[in-house]
Design a protein around this ligand. Structure first.
Ligand code: ATP
Ligand code: MG
Length: 322
């Protein structure tokens, strides 16, 4: 389907990893949409498959052990999973860019930061090295780093500044979509707030769409328009931010909200979601959340719930609403 209404539209995406005879069901029939200019918060526990989904969109699943088993990733109406390696290389950076949790993953330790930004620009634009370096300096200033630091190497910068350089590289070619995978988790809380504020303002300035992967529902509340709650490789609830915060539907989403510490309440009453995330090599039958679900019905261990629209722009996969 050629779905031009959305910038990104993922259908039935299924990604496995093969490890020592076992198959890890990292992403399991995932559907997800992102409109033009929107910011989507992608939330879920460790191991839920958030990074794997991001790598799947970018065409960067390590194969082996990873493999895309099924699905479509429509970007501007075209299925990225059908693109050749060479086509994906020209889409990465130019159309879709990624910001990683640890800025050192994306930075080259032996190249100065100005050259790194310029290199990204020259992969995608036919301009001279000098012009690219000039542009790189403008990008550095855009992310709040003085341009006379462009000859410095990554180790000469603080963690927050390294992440700003990562943002400069991601934005250098003005991509349509930025995927930020826990971009502030490795930073101090005060620096986190500055980097998030920067990302929010640059996103508006450059009119990019963004997928922000995070564990933190507070960050989602600050920045996002839409939210996808991910559990065991699947999006279990997808909604406008306001509907989700006013009216969380899925028992897992409710569990996430209840496990946010509230300074006005007694600490003893902090609720955590009981039980552990399922073994991804052996997912439970039916709804994968049913063994931990306080509201599970008999049907939940038998059948997979459909995606139900409960109110406009608010979808949930749960038999309580079927
Ligand atoms: N290269 C790999 N080889 C084998 N299994 C992998 C690989 N990468 C991820 N996995 C498995 O796939 C599942 C999903 O992992 P993924 O990294 O996508 O989760 P995540 O939601 O990003 O978690 P986190 O919040 O910890 O970053 C996990 O069970 C993980 O162990
Ligand atoms: Mg991850």
């Amino acid at each position: 389907m050629n779905d031009q209404k959305n910038l990104l539209s993922i259908k039935n995406l299924t990604i496995h990893y093969k490890t020592g005879g076992n198959i890890v069901h990292a992403v399991d029939n995932l559907d997800l949409d992102l409109g033009h200019g929107e910011t989507l918060g992608f939330v879920g526990e460790t191991g839920a498959g958030k990074t794997t989904t991001a790598l799947g969109i970018m065409g960067l699943i390590p194969n082996p052990p990873g493999k895309i088993i099924n699905g479509q990733v429509f970007f501007k109406g075209e299925d990225l999973l059908k693109k050749k390696h060479k086509e994906m290389r020209s889409i990465r950076g130019k159309e879709i860019a990624m910001i990683f949790q640890d800025p050192m993953t994306s930075l080259d330790p032996v190249m100065n930061v100005g050259d790194q930004i310029a290199e990204m620009i020259r992969i995608h634009e036919q301009i001279t090295k000098d012009k690219a370096l000039e542009k790189a300096e403008v990008m550095l200033e855009t992310v709040g780093i003085r341009k006379d630091r462009s000859k410095d190497y990554p180790h000469q910068f603080s963690g927050g500044m390294k992440q700003r350089v990562g943002i400069a590289i991601a934005l250098a070619c003005n991509p349509k979509l930025i995927i930020a995978d826990e971009p502030t988790t490795a930073l101090d809380v005060t620096i986190q707030a500055q980097v998030l504020e920067l990302m929010k303002s640059l996103k508006e300035k450059y009119d990019t769409s963004m997928i922000l992967i995070t564990h933190d529902l507070g960050i989602v509340a600050e920045i996002c328009d839409k939210v996808a709650i991910m559990y065991a490789g699947n999006v279990v609830e997808y909604s406008d931010k306001n509907s989700l915060y006013l009216n969380p539907l899925h028992p897992y989403t409710n569990g996430l909200f209840q496990s946010i510490p509230d300074i006005e309440k007694d600490v003893d009453k902090l609720n955590t979601i009981k039980g552990l995330a399922p073994d991804p090599t052996n997912l439970p039958k039916g709804c994968t959340f049913h063994p931990r679900c306080p509201k599970a019905l008999p049907v939940c261990s038998e059948k997979k719930p459909d995606n139900v629209m409960v109110e406009p722009n608010h979808y949930v996969k749960c038999f309580l609403y079927n």
